[in-house]
Design a protein around this ligand. Structure first.
Ligand code: HEM
Length: 259
């Protein structure tokens, strides 16, 4: 398994080097969120490769380059085409769409809803049944972008039925993937029951070098993650019924973008 992960990292790195169509550099750009003070390694997909651009960022526990972390603090900055096509975006925590833990996010009703997904083929991923957990730290939504900062617990190792996989932070290099779509998900109020169209605003894999992600303030930052936004699911569908657990509605405010 470890060999496979390293072999894949090597292939991904080589692809990154050789392919002119590659999404973005694996070299991170350090970005500190002004509201929370959290510093991320960020990787940005340019507007030419995905309309409106896309940025993913990661902060990790201080020892993550020597001891594999099962969690991270994430940063997502995704694009909406207009007020109707508010879209969705996602990351693959194993690089490929298949056999990796997928996280997708989309704006809806003034909040950003999220769903963990998994698939063994290139079709609509099903809801992930493992124990990954997402708690929000902050979110912003405007007409063109939405931004989510979140703690992702049990996200760097995954199990779905008989399949399992992991991302090894101690390698200093993660295989990650991104995908972005223009249309909003169908049935958006219930993240576990959404329908999706293909990611028509791009996708790709990149080999993400970890540089500034580990930080001694990680534990303090992780403690900022207090909000669980579950959406609203009908009891008749068999999904968890939930209203946003936050006592503070996540309202739109100005988005700060990394340069
Ligand atoms: C209806 C839903 C979806 C369909 C039909 C779909 C289909 C596909 C197809 C056909 C490819 C390969 C394209 C190519 O080789 O050029 C692909 C790649 C990819 N998809 Fe999806 N996808 C869906 C949802 C998702 C979601 C929810 C995510 C992440 C949250 C995701 C992440 C990716 C990534 C990272 C790639 C590039 C890596 C790879 O080829 O494995 N996809 N998708």
């Amino acid at each position: 398994m470890r060999f496979c992960a390293h072999a894949f990292a090597a292939v991904a790195a080589l692809t990154l080097f050789l392919s002119p169509s590659v999404a973005q550099s694996g070299t991170p750009v350090a970005y500190t969120d002004p509201d929370t003070g959290i510093t991320f390694d960020t990787w940005t997909v340019s507007e030419t490769l995905s309309t409106g651009g896309f940025t993913f960022g990661m902060a990790l526990p201080s020892d993550a380059l020597t001891t594999d972390s099962s969690e991270f603090i994430g940063y997502l900055l995704c694009s909406s085409q207009n007020t109707t096509s508010t879209g969705w975006c996602g990351v693959s925590l194993g690089g490929t769409m298949t056999n990796s833990l997928l996280l997708l996010a989309y704006p809806y009703g003034g909040s950003i809803l999220t769903s963990f997904r998994y698939t063994t083929g290139y079709y609509l991923p099903v809801a992930y049944t493992g124990n990954a957990e997402l708690t929000q730290i902050s979110s912003t939504i405007n007409a063109t972008h939405y931004n989510l900062i979140f703690r992702c617990s049990n996200c760097l190792q995954w199990t779905q039925g008989s399949e399992s996989g992991n991302a090894t932070t101690s390698a200093g290099l993660l295989d990650l993937g991104w995908a972005q779509a223009f249309p909003a998900p169908g049935n958006p109020s219930c993240p576990s029951d959404i329908t999706l169209n293909y990611h028509d605003n791009g996708h790709n894999i990149w080999a993400a070098t970890l540089e500034n992600a580990p930080n001694t303030s990680y534990t303090d930052w992780a403690a900022l993650a207090k909000t669980t936004v579950k959406g609203r699911c009908s009891t008749t569908t068999g999904s968890t019924t939930a209203t946003p657990a936050s006592s503070t509605p996540l309202l739109a405010r100005a988005t700060t973008t990394p340069k």
